[in-house]
Design a protein around this ligand. Structure first.
Ligand code: ADP
Length: 213
């Protein structure tokens, strides 16, 4: 799943998981877990994440390899937030094959609006938005009744930095996927309150056409 921060990667991945049972590996989630543990590695990672900077490739790759090893052989998975740099894409090629890139095309203005009102469940990681994707009860997760919180990097300055970093990395990465002939499925979003279900159903349709599911 490829796209800018706030493009909807986590939201769509969790729905694809519900509908197709495919597991997701989200590097951002792994890093937030590490930060919570307050280890030396966690403190190091925190320094980057809080500023909207990328975590160095050697840390990302190590963490990813450990997580990939837990996926049972022969089953598929969704990568959310990885690869984010050309180096990561090349390193991934040595470890596993990407069948398809689900590319989320969302304009920056929409992302800034969305991220500043995003909320996340502290217990299960489900994503909400206090303006466009409200939970049934304010501040409470629909799925597990956990408390909702705002990510510390969802502030206007850090969002701008994350977007800048994304745009710098996206071009060479997309060129690389093209060169490697990885099939690309593009989902274009133009509405602030676009319901995720329609986007996800279309994605599944495209995946079926290509016999991936
Ligand atoms: P978003 O895509 O909304 O920025 P994520 O949860 O995917 O959020 O990532 C949060 C932060 O974790 C990023 O801003 C970055 O600091 C770090 N991160 C996540 N994935 C990677 C990656 N593949 N390479 C480097 N840093 C990463």
């Amino acid at each position: 799943m490829f796209g800018a921060p706030g493009a909807g990667k986590g939201t769509y991945a969790s729905r694809l998981h519900q509908k197709l049972g495919i597991e997701t590996i989200a590097t951002g989630d792994i890093f937030r877990e590490l930060i919570k543990q307050d280890s030396e590695l966690g403190r190091k990672v925190k320094g980057y994440v809080e500023k909207g900077l990328l975590v160095p490739d050697e840390i990302v790759l190590e963490v990813l390899k450990q997580r990939l090893a837990k996926i049972p052989a022969g089953t598929g998975f969704i990568l959310d937030g990885f690869p984010r740099t050309l180096e990561q894409a090349k390193a991934l090629e040595a470890v596993t094959k990407i069948d398809v890139v689900l590319m989320l095309d969302v304009p920056d203005w929409l992302i800034i609006e969305r991220l500043s009102s995003r909320r996340i469940c502290r217990d299960c990681g489900s994503v909400y938005n206090v303006r466009f994707l409200k939970p049934k009860a304010e501040g409470v997760c629909d799925k597990c009744e956990g408390p909702l919180y705002q990510r510390s990097d969802d502030t206007p300055e850090v969002i701008k930095k994350r977007l800048q970093v994304y745009h710098e990395q996206a071009k060479p990465l997309l060129a690389y996927f093209e060169e490697k002939k990885v099939p690309l499925v593009v989902s274009k979003t133009t509405l602030l309150d676009q319901p995720p279900e329609g986007v996800v159903d279309k994605m599944i349709e495209e995946l079926k056409k290509r016999h991936f599911v």
